[in-house]
Design a protein around this ligand. Structure first.
Ligand code: 5RP
Length: 257
């Protein structure tokens, strides 16, 4: 999941359907994922997508999304529980499990206790747990104080990696979190450059990588996007270099996966 030579990671997030349904550009997950998988250090999916849309021949570590229970039709997305057992995660041979926590919401306690249960179960069978700090409407609270609180709480409960969102003062979020942090991309940004800046700044401020979805596969050139992001994460590419990689045509074999 984490590339040993750089200590960094490009996780490809394709787990949105668990609450968003067949969201734009992820209607047929296999078609979306197939061209991108050679450039991902890990692939985040639910068990439904893993069973039905992921080719067992793809050599990519799997991060299994195991929380859910609400859809975008609900006003409050925070009412989540554990949707997939650790036994099934073991059976599916995944490399990690991931669950959302919703700090500061009505369901804070239930999601934090789910995290703690998952960590206990994961420790028993050697499966690391990724805590995801807030999705959807919770993103309105995207500042360093709030995200720093979420990340620290998750780390104290025992998760092994935290996935959170980039914000102003992000280095403070990382400094206050004793476990590695990866950043999500969030909804598609206006330009490719915005996404490159997000990844570049997050890495510079201490993230070990990205867990990015929509800014890659909702782009008209998804392979160009993931190759460019990969260069930022693993090769310290500048934003300008990332833009050049994005614009290259038919050179998808040039960057080693
Ligand atoms: C969806 C998630 C996503 O994995 C996470 O938000 C990263 O994807 P994106 O870069 O599209 O935000 O947790 O539930």
């Amino acid at each position: 999941m984490i590339k040993a030579s750089t200590g960094h990671t490009v996780m490809l997030a394709c787990d949105h359907g668990y609450f968003m349904g067949p969201t734009s550009h992820l209607e047929e997950p296999r078609k979306t994922i197939a061209p991108l998988v050679p450039f991902a250090d890990a692939l985040a999916v639910t068990r439904g997508v893993l069973r039905n849309c992921v080719d067992p021949k793809w050599e990519v570590p799997i991060i299994l999304r195991v929380s859910g229970g609400t859809s975008i039709l609900q006003e409050d997305l925070s009412d989540e529980g554990i949707t997939t057992s650790m036994e099934d995660a073991v059976r599916l041979n995944v490399s990690a499990v991931a669950l959302s926590i919703f700090v500061g919401t009505a369901h804070e306690k239930q999601t934090l206790l789910s995290l703690s249960k998952l960590v206990d179960e994961g420790e028993e069978c050697g499966i690391p747990v990724i805590a995801i700090t807030a999705v959807g409407k919770e993103l309105e609270k995207r500042d360093a104080r709030y995200l720093g609180l979420c990340c620290r709480v998750a780390a104290e409960i025992g998760c092994h990696i935290v996935k959170t969102y980039y914000c102003e003062g992000f280095s403070k979020v990382v400094q206050g979190c004793p476990v590695p942090v990866v950043v999500a991309g969030g909804p598609k940004l206006k330009t490719e450059r915005d996404a490159f800046e997000l990844a570049f700044n997050a890495l510079n401020e201490g993230a070990i990588g990205v867990d990015m979805g929509r800014n890659i596969w909702q782009n008209s050139n998804p392979v160009g996007m993931i190759r460019a992001i990969r260069a930022i994460v693993h090769e310290k590419a500048t934003i300008r270099e990332a833009e050049m990689i994005y614009s290259e045509k038919d050179k998808s074999n040039l960057i080693s996966a």
